[in-house]
Design a protein around this ligand. Structure first.
Ligand code: FAD
Ligand code: FES
Length: 365
């Protein structure tokens, strides 16, 4: 009874007192009693309470979350890790990343497309309810706006989420960049945030293209390999790309064919990088890697050239910033200054957690 009353005032507490003060008060009054009365506030863990659930499309829901005081303010485009206990008979803790689709003053939202065979997305769709508290991470990720003046967002399916959050944040700024937003969906019914994109909240050029429906309006059905027709100044625009693997591959192949400068490309990965071992270049000489920003060099012995650059650095006691270790989160991302790398690369951009040395001298930013 007491605990229910305490929990219902969480939105009020966060909005009125503010996270910094809640942190101060909770840490100074932490004990077994307060922790039992309200484990959402009297905790050392980052948690979020579900305060609303909206059905966006038949297979996609948005979960509005009220994070507790341990949550750091996110940048649009970043994601969080959500941990839930799922499994029919034996409860197993599973964690998945979800981009923050909407960021408000006190709440953040994740928009989850249900994977029929998936564990966490199914659990969220079937079991999660308003009032439930989830374990979450603080925001992470490098898929964020970097101040460019001309942008093109290219997304498909659930890949719209980080793009939508950056779009909304930029729409609210006084000196808004020139934004074009291309979104590919199967049908109008499956179009996530369709009302917001088609409504008048957004002043940017929005093009929604449907893969399963031919529209009479030509512009409404631009294929990913016709982007230059729709955006003749595409090469002058910085591209933010996110979507299913097949879609991303199609777009990247197209961008390569028109010689788009990959230095101007930001890509968000929703799945692990799938490394084809046959593509790792076998070197029979040692490799010297120089990290310009840290002003240090280390040697990867020839027999270790099958190690990722991150593993090789760690084996030499050198710390490289990293997160997922699987090419998804973008935390380790850096640029090649000179030399060659195989594995997870995009032009000069590489992901050391899933990239391998491919020349005997390698200089990274
Ligand atoms: C940075 C980032 C941001 C993301 N943002 C979003 C977002 O905004 N919205 C969103 O909907 N998703 C997002 N994702 C994807 C999300 O993290 C999950 O991957 C997705 O929801 C599926 O998780 P799941 O637990 O439901 O499926 P999983 O249980 O992970 O299963 C996924 C697929 O793999 C198959 N599979 C599982 N285990 C095995 C196995 N052992 N062998 C073979 N196949 C297997 C399943 O059959 C299923 O088809 C994001 C991912 C990242 C990395
Ligand atoms: S992309 Fe996550 S650590 Fe490399």
């Amino acid at each position: 009874m007491l605990s229910n009353a305490v929990k219902s005032i969480h939105p009020w507490v966060m909005q009125t007192i503010g996270r910094d003060w809640v942190e101060y008060i909770a840490s100074n009054t932490m004990n077994v009693v307060t922790q039992r009365i309200d484990p959402f506030l009297w905790t050392y863990d980052c948690k979020a309470k579900i305060i609303d659930i909206r059905q966006e499309t038949p297979d996609t829901k948005t979960f509005v979350l009220l994070p507790n005081q341990h949550f750091k303010q996110p940048l649009p485009g970043q994601h969080i890790e959500v941990s839930v206990e799922c499994g029919e008979h034996q409860k197993v803790q599973e964690s998945r990343c979800y981009s923050l689709s909407i960021i408000d003053a006190h709440t953040v939202s994740i928009t989850v497309k249900r994977n029929p065979e998936g564990k966490v997305s199914n659990w969220l769709h079937e079991r999660a309810s308003v009032g439930m508290v989830l374990n979450i991470s603080s925001p992470r990720g490098a898929f964020v706006y970097r101040g460019q003046e001309k942008l093109l967002f290219i997304s498909a399916g659930a890949g719209i989420t980080p793009c939508f959050s950056i779009l909304n944040a930029l729409e609210a700024t006084a000196k808004k960049p020139d934004i074009a937003f291309y979104y590919r969906s199967r049908t109008p019914e499956e179009t996530i945030f369709r009302a917001q994109l088609e409504g008048n909240q957004v002043n940017s050029t929005i093009d929604i293209s449907y893969s399963r429906q031919v529209e009479s309006d030509d512009r409404a059905n631009v294929l990913p390999n016709q982007l230059m027709d729709a955006y003749p100044d595409l090469k002058d625009r910085h591209i933010y790309l996110c979507g299913p693997e097949s879609f991303k591959k199609e777009v990247l192949t197209y961008l390569e064919s028109i010689e788009y400068d990959f230095d101007n490309l930001e890509v968000e990965h929703f799945v692990r990088f799938n490394h084809d071992a046959s593509e790792t270049r076998k070197l029979d000489e040692d490799v010297t890697v120089t990290l310009k920003s840290q002003n240090i060099s280390f040697v990867i012995e020839a027999e270790n050239c099958g190690q990722t650059i991150l593993e090789a650095a760690e084996n030499k006691g050198i710390h490289l910033e990293h997160g997922c270790r699987s090419g998804m989160c973008g935390t380790c991302r850096t640029n090649v200054v000179s030399g060659q790398v195989s594995g997870n690369t995009l032009g000069k951009t590489i992901y050391p957690c899933t990239a391998y040395p491919a020349s005997t001298q390698l200089v990274l930013e």
